[in-house]
Design a protein around this ligand. Structure first.
Ligand code: NDP
Length: 292
């Protein structure tokens, strides 16, 4: 039976380190890191994420600045807000909650963020730095996955890793991080032939697909480490719904050596890494060392 990789406790530890770093910045440098979160529209899932981000930002001693804009807001108005936040010295991190309404060009908005304040790591400059092996601000979910992998695997160098999913938010940056650790990396996607065979080659298997329980025990090499990024809501018992990953936990946990549960695996790490990135940005903007 696979070891459970406990994302909740790892996230808790990271938040404690973030809090300590924030205290040090306040006491020794009179800096309070500030995170601005911009939400457009009324998407209920986005509202829940934003609320959680705000709560945890405040709990770690940072300032939270929230902007909730009407879903009919014009792109120009949103870009003006980004400009304002870029030049606000109290704001060290800017996050625009995705997805944005179709009428707004998400790329234009993301690339308008000062790359030094791009705590999501989605700005083209930060994407370029990561893919050339000079990572600065790294997307939060893959960063969280990498932290979980580093505490689970004795060594990453030379390991065969397969990432299923090639989104800009998870799959591609995850692959870049694994490559930076000297893994041999394969990316699977919807056009990959014989995906189960490809997955069975993996010492490290990262699932970021968005298909409930797609990866079963038969796809997994005995002893592999499995990171399940997926969050899918499916029908459960008694008319209730429940959350499952992209991995079929029951069968895969019989084959893998270690696995992240859903919920309680990658999910909690994402916000903790956002807080970490905000402190990183605050330190970089003020030319101070950062080592979390
Ligand atoms: P996207 O929909 O952007 O990307 C999904 C990827 O999976 C695509 O590359 C797609 O391939 C691939 N894919 C889809 N169907 C198949 C299939 N049948 N076989 C092989 N590959 C397939 O999703 P995200 O990357 O944004 O998210 C992935 C999952 O991770 C979702 O469940 C999401 O909810 C979750 N997530 C969790 C987070 C967390 O904090 N834990 C944060 C972000 C996401 P192609 O490119 O060919 O279409």
């Amino acid at each position: 039976m696979a070891e459970l990789i406990d994302g909740r406790s790892c996230a808790e530890e990271l938040r404690t380190s973030v809090s300590d770093h924030v205290s040090d910045l306040k006491i020794n440098h009179a800096i309070t890191p500030g995170l601005a979160v911009v939400l457009v529209g009324e998407d209920p899932a986005s509202q829940v994420y934003v609320r959680n981000k705000k709560k945890q930002t405040i709990e770690t001693g940072m300032k939270s600045y929230d902007y909730h804009l009407d879903e009919n807001v014009g792109e120009r108005q949103l870009l003006d807000l980004i400009d304002e936040l870029n030049s606000d010295p109290h704001v060290h991190g800017i996050l625009v909650q995705l997805p944005l309404p179709d009428s707004i060009d998400s790329h234009a908005v993301i690339n308008a963020i000062d790359p030094m304040k791009d705590v999501d790591g989605f700005h083209l400059r930060n994407v370029g730095l990561l893919s050339t092996g000079n990572a600065n601000l790294v997307p939060c979910t893959p960063l969280g996955c990498m932290m979980l992998l580093k505490r689970t695997c004795e060594k990453l160098s030379g390991m065969n890793s397969v990432v299923v999913g090639r989104s800009n938010i998870v799959g591609k940056p995850m692959a870049a991080l694994l490559l930076a650790e000297n893994c041999t990396v394969t990316i699977g996607h919807s056009r990959t032939k014989n995906l189960p065979d490809v997955c069975r080659e993996a010492d490290i298997l990262v699932a970021a697909v968005g298909r409930a329980e797609m990866i079963t025990g038969e796809w997994v090499k005995p002893g592999a480490v499995v990171i399940d990024v997926g969050i899918n809501r499916i029908d459960g018992k008694h008319g209730k719904t429940r959350l499952v990953g992209d991995v079929e936990f029951e069968s895969v946990s019989m084959v893998a050596s270690a696995i992240t549960p859903v919920p309680g695996g990658v999910g909690p790490m994402t916000i903790a890494c956002l807080l970490r990135n905000t402190v990183q940005a605050a330190c970089a903007i003020n030319n101070l060392p950062f080592n979390l």
